[in-house]
Design a protein around this ligand. Structure first.
Ligand code: FES
Length: 64
């Protein structure tokens, strides 16, 4: 899948997150534009994909 608003593929986002392991909110604010200027339509599928890779992290650094 692809985030059109951020011009990034989910694979690219997953790859970045696997290295930095940011809380989901911070990831979406800083690496994608999903929660700022983006439409937000990919947030739920992206979170599902992140969770499937054990990369969906809350603000306490715990897996969601
Ligand atoms: S497609 Fe990802 S925020 Fe719009």
């Amino acid at each position: 899948m692809y985030c059109l608003c951020s011009d990034k593929s989910f694979d690219e986002i997953i790859s970045f997150q696997s290295q930095v392991k940011l809380p989901a909110d911070i990831l979406l604010e800083t690496f994608t534009s999903c929660t700022s200027t983006g439409c937000g339509s990919c947030i739920e599928p992206l979170k599902t994909e992140l969770a499937a890779h054990n990369l969906l992290i809350n603000n306490n650094g715990e897996l969601i």
